[in-house]
Ligand binder design. Structure first.
Ligand SMILES: O=C(O)c1ccccc1NCC(=O)[C@H](O)[C@H](O)COP(=O)(O)O
Length: 208
């Protein structure tokens, strides 16, 4: 039996969206701590949102080349750290907390090399590459570029929606999928119906 595809919703900024995600059975909720993002929240908002996340829903903090001091400040409210910039493996590993590394799918990326480089990561999150934009582009990439076997679990991200998630799961069979723009009414504001239909389509894709 194939394990189910885990789901992370990213870029949450509101209590009601976190509550909806949890009620839908989503595995992880992501909070963007990078201030230049249209979905960013402050450490104070992170605390307010995170303390109300139910047990067994993983709270993920997303950072882009940010100071260790900020990450330390957020740690009490995070179960997992997502590094979405050019952080080194040793930087990522210094916090004593599970972490994942986001990789943008540049033409020249070598995923086997990256898996070795980030050997302590819990998983690699693969996202679309657009120069100058570190993530949350809402764009897909060519999923056939993902090797059939990789030394780390793959979290597929980038432009996923209820309309393309079945094809993505069937083609890539990722460990997990990550979505932000595809479940939004506007940046940082999630749409309850889009969230529900995304979760439903992932479940259906896994049962085919
Ligand atoms: O969401 C952002 O604004 C953002 C900014 C900087 C780095 C990463 C960012 N988001 C990452 C994600 O939301 C997801 O990991 C992933 O990129 C999926 O986003 P989307 O393509 O919108 O589904």
């Amino acid at each position: 039996m194939n394990p189910r595809t885990r789901i992370k919703f990213c870029g949450l900024t509101r209590h009601e969206d976190v509550a909806m995600a949890a009620s839908l059975g989503v595995d992880a909720v992501g909070f963007v701590m990078w201030p230049k993002s249209t979905r960013s929240i402050t450490p104070e908002t992170l605390e307010a949102l995170a303390v109300r996340v139910p047990a067994f829903v993983t709270r993920v903090g997303l950072f882009v080349n940010q100071p260790a001091e900020l990450i330390e400040q957020c740690l009490p409210y995070l179960d997992l750290i997502q590094f979405h910039g050019d952080e080194s493996a040793s930087f990522c590993h210094q916090f004593g907390r599970p972490w994942i590394k986001a990789l943008r799918m540049r033409d020249d990326i070598d995923l086997h090399h990256a898996a070795a480089q980030y050997s302590n990561a819990q998983a690699l999150l693969l996202d679309a590459y657009r120069p100058g934009i570190p993530g949350g582009t809402g764009e897909t990439f060519d999923w056939s570029r993902i090797p059939a076997t990789l030394e780390k679990p793959v979290i597929l991200a980038g432009g996923l929606t209820a309309d393309n998630i079945a094809a993505a799961v069937s083609q890539v069979t990722p460990y997990a999928v990550d979505v932000s723009g595809g479940i939004e009414a506007s940046p940082g504001v999630k749409d309850a119906e889009l969230m529900a239909s995304f979760v439903k389509r992932v479940a259906l894709a896994g049962s085919c």
